[in-house]
Write a protein that binds this ligand. Structure first.
Ligand SMILES: Cc1cc2nc3c(=O)[nH]c(=O)nc-3n(C[C@H](O)[C@H](O)[C@H](O)COP(=O)(O)OP(=O)(O)OC[C@H]3O[C@@H](n4cnc5c(N)ncnc54)[C@H](O)[C@@H]3O)c2cc1C
Length: 371
């Protein structure tokens, strides 16, 4: 006999999305260890927040929504968000007894017995199970909440000559804070929130900074109200309904024109240059003959969904993304993606966690477990 353990639901990831899912499972009467498990490969609580750079203080993080059922109160805005949020997630896990298992790396999710091809309309599962293969053995489950975020899949674009560069190249995922760049010439790539935040910090230390982005940045005047938020989410939602790879919600909201950004524009730190055409051993070149010397190229070029472990389920369609219906894959109602596409924000993850559990309860009630 093998030692595969059986549960009703496996939650992969204990960031905002996974914990929101686990909380709603608990509230719906699912017992940790007996009915569901939460698996996470990071060393401690906090999801991706635990890895964010020390200068990203809690005061600089705008729009962080509390997890369901427990407010984050009295946080010191001067403390690194990595510390504040990890401590809060830790408290949360203990308060609701979520029993996150870590570090457990999920390597693959495969079809178990009784799965597709469906003999009935989607939703009639015949007790089909999924097998979740991990660094700590195999779990057999009737439903999955995949909440693995994007932090583990930094996106590095490729440019000619990149391998010849003699300086240092790093991604936002490795950004150590600005001090390390003292006296250096830094080229930062990327028009999102991370790129601009890095540049504004680094400019105080570096010998020179250059900002390049593929498209001209879109600055957003005025407050980002609920209507604008809904419109942005709807755009990403439409993409995943069509099976296209999701864009981040932030990428469709534009950059808020706050005081720091205004100052950066006035000081020339945020003087955006178009994307360079080539990387040389000493810097970057444009086709029009311009060259900028650089010691560092900082790629603030975003992240992609960390879902390679789902590849055996063949959920990706011809559009390159997973076609979604609500929070589950259109092709498989057992597989929920929370914190993916339109729910890739702290508030979106909360809502999607609740919606996924509601759907899973219905699914499990409708589908008696296989004998
Ligand atoms: C720099 C930065 C700042 C941001 N600021 C804000 C903000 O102010 N407000 C906001 O709403 N959103 C913000 N976001 C987006 C926000 O972080 C996310 O929407 C949300 O926190 C992500 O939660 P998550 O649970 O989906 O992912 P994560 O927090 O990334 O959690 C995923 C978890 O899954 C685990 N995992 C991944 N793969 C595996 C695997 N194969 N096996 C086991 N475990 C695995 C990881 O260890 C991790 O703990 C920011 C993002 C970035 C990059």
């Amino acid at each position: 006999m093998n030692n595969t353990r059986e549960v009703e639901v496996v939650v992969i990831g204990a960031g905002q999305a996974g914990l929101a899912g686990a909380y709603h499972l608990r509230r719906s009467g699912f017992q940790p260890d007996r009915d569901f498990v939460v698996l996470d490969h990071s060393p401690g609580p906090g999801g991706a927040w635990q890895f964010r750079w020390p200068s990203l203080t809690y005061g600089k993080v705008h729009g962080m929504h509390a997890l369901p059922g427990m407010e984050l109160t009295d946080a010191d805005p001067a403390r690194p968000s990595a510390e504040v949020i990890s401590a809060y997630f830790d408290r949360y896990e203990r308060t609701f007894d979520l029993r996150v298992r870590r570090p457990v790396d999920v390597r693959a999710v495969r079809e178990g017995h009784g799965g597709p091809p469906w003999t009935e309309p989607v939703g009639v599962l015949g007790g089909g199970r999924l097998l979740v293969e991990t660094s700590d053995g195999v779990w057999s489950t009737r439903a999955l909440i995949n909440a693995t975020g994007t932090w583990d899949r930094p996106f590095w674009p490729r440019y000619p000559g990149q391998e010849t560069f003699r300086g240092r190249q790093l991604h936002t995922a490795q950004y150590p804070g600005p001090e390390e760049f003292a006296g250096q010439r830094v080229v930062a790539v990327g028009g999102g929130a991370s790129g601009t935040q890095h540049l504004l910090e680094i400019a105080a230390y570096a010998a020179a900074t250059t900002w390049v982005t593929r498209r001209p940045p879109v600055f957003r005047e005025g407050p980002f109200d609920e209507d604008a938020g809904r419109a942005a989410v709807a755009l990403v939602e439409e993409r995943v309904r069509q099976g296209l790879p999701p864009r981040s919600v932030v990428s469709v909201t534009g950059l808020p024109l706050n005081d720091a950004i205004r100052r950066g524009i006035e000081d020339g730190v945020l003087d955006r240059q178009p994307m360079f055409d080539r990387i040389t051993p000493t810097g970057v070149d444009w086709a029009d003959g311009r060259h900028v010397d650089a010691d560092v190229i900082l790629w603030a070029t975003g992240f992609r969904a960390a879902i390679d472990h789902l590849a055996p389920l063949r959920l990706r369609g011809p559009g390159g993304g997973i076609r979604m219906e609500g929070t589950h894959a259109a092709a498989d109602p057992r597989v929920h993606l929370v914190g993916y596409g339109p729910s890739a924000s702290t508030i979106g993850a909360n809502r999607a966690g609740r919606a996924a559990v509601r759907d899973i309860r219905r699914l499990l009630e409708r589908e008696p477990a296989a004998a």
